[in-house]
Design a protein around this ligand. Sequence first.
Ligand SMILES: NC(=O)c1ccc[n+]([C@@H]2O[C@H](COP(=O)([O-])OP(=O)(O)OC[C@H]3O[C@@H](n4cnc5c(N)ncnc54)[C@H](OP(=O)(O)O)[C@@H]3O)[C@@H](O)[C@H]2O)c1
Length: 316
Amino acid sequence: MQAVIVSSFGGSDVLQVVERAEPAPGPGQVLIQVEAAGVGYVDVTARNGDYQPLPEPGFVPGVEAAGTVVAVGAAVDERWVGRRVFALGRNGAYAEAVVADLCDVVRLPDGVGAVDAVALGVNALVAHLALRRAHVEEGERVLVRGAGGGIGLMAAQLAAASGGVVTAITSSPERGERLRGLGVTHVRDRTAGRDGGAETYDVVVDPVAGAELGRHIEALRPNGRYLLVGAAGGAPAPDAFAGIMTTYHNSPSLFAFSLNSVDAATVGQAAAELFGRADRGALRAVVEERIPLAEARRAHERLESTPVFGKIVLRP
Ligand SMILES: NC(=O)c1ccc[n+]([C@@H]2O[C@H](COP(=O)([O-])OP(=O)(O)OC[C@H]3O[C@@H](n4cnc5c(N)ncnc54)[C@H](OP(=O)(O)O)[C@@H]3O)[C@@H](O)[C@H]2O)c1
């Protein structure tokens, strides 16, 4: 099969297209013929050698794949063969076929294609499982930072679907208009001066962190919930969390959320629910670009250059 490997840790030029023997599914595993693989920052950090546990160079990157089961290992029901599935694993998805543990595999509804499945993938899971902790109620004001990014796009849609009145912070009027089309009520352009003003929010979803984290914590209303889910804008200042103490009498809550802390069964249930919503038209996958597998290098360069709006998807 054709696969893309990280030949040594470094820039996008370390991605090489190679011919590899198809992997064989072991006990409790399935072999998936890949139709779409998601491209995300986790792959970039794996490529750079910044992601733990560190695999040996020569590994196939990619944690999200969707396609059809073509073989099963011992102790797996043969009826899995032929099923369309999504799998979230530990590398291996940038290939024509990937092996996955059955506990990491979710069946796809008929109405959700492979490209849409990986476009929802990790981003929708992070947004959904983090927002669950905030219990957004009807009419609550929700601020989404980095709203035009992968996690932000999903958080904005899911918060609006919960009845939240969503304000999106993004970086251009065009991105703002696209966000309005996904259910966002108010848009703030972070490139046009200060993006917060005196507005306050019941819930803040923050995949950005960076130097502005502190003042967004201070924008919480009484009993507000702050969901820190990433750091696309870099590490926050050392005193960024001081607002928790200065607004203490408002009972603010701070949740730091990583998908890595969630067990496979919970991830699987959440994925099934999200794919169900997409199947009913209640959640939209957003795809920035479909790129042939052999051009994985270009996919990484695209991700690391100008901001994307939605997922970059590799197609074998
Ligand atoms: N919690 C988890 O389990 C989990 C899982 C996967 C990834 N992550 C992390 O979550 C973060 C976001 O991931 P993502 O896939 O959503 O990334 P992404 O697609 O690059 O989106 C990040 C967005 O943040 C905004 N942004 C970027 N730099 C900024 C800056 N300096 N100041 C303000 N806003 C900025 C941009 O949105 P606008 O242009 O629209 O403003 C950008 O599109 C990353 O740090 C990633 O590693 C966390």
